[in-house]
Design a protein around this ligand. Sequence first.
Ligand SMILES: [Zn+2]
Length: 195
Amino acid sequence: MQKAILSMIFALGFACAAQAAETHGAHEHGAAKMNISVEQDTVTIELDSPLDNILGFEHAPKTAKQRAAVQAMARRLHRADTLFVFTPAAKCALKTVTLESEKLDDALLQGKREKQKAAPAQGTSDAAPAEGDHDGHGDLEAVFTFACAAPRSLKSIDVLLFKEYKGMQEIEVQLVTPDKQVSAELTPKSTTLRW
Ligand SMILES: [Zn+2]
């Protein structure tokens, strides 16, 4: 019984990851795309944003300060329950956060505090620039899942990314629920998606 449920959850997870990894549209600083799906009690939010909007640079970290900035960004996004505010009656809770970027090491995106390393392993201290560094741009793909105890009460999401990230100027949102499809453009002056 439990095994069946677990494998279902895994299957759903993979489906979401596959969706998140698809096409890259035009990369425009300040703009981002967000796909939100509401299925049964699960809300999945996929955010695709230029790294510049969130991090302020779009390359692998070159200094300790930049490395710390990447980790701070990851830790903040792993606490996404204060970045997306749902209709309170729906009782939604953050379940998973997945962050990916072709420019950033996965290890830096885990949202964990890094212990001071004694010395870097040989040969890795000045790692070669990540693949694709020469094109000068990089995106962050984030997938957040929430579980809602009363999903029928869910009618709105307030997106606080604008308050957190001054580089974020507009987010093109597509929302799909079992009976609705909504397109909207959110901006710092209009942060709430309602349906
Ligand atoms: Zn860029």
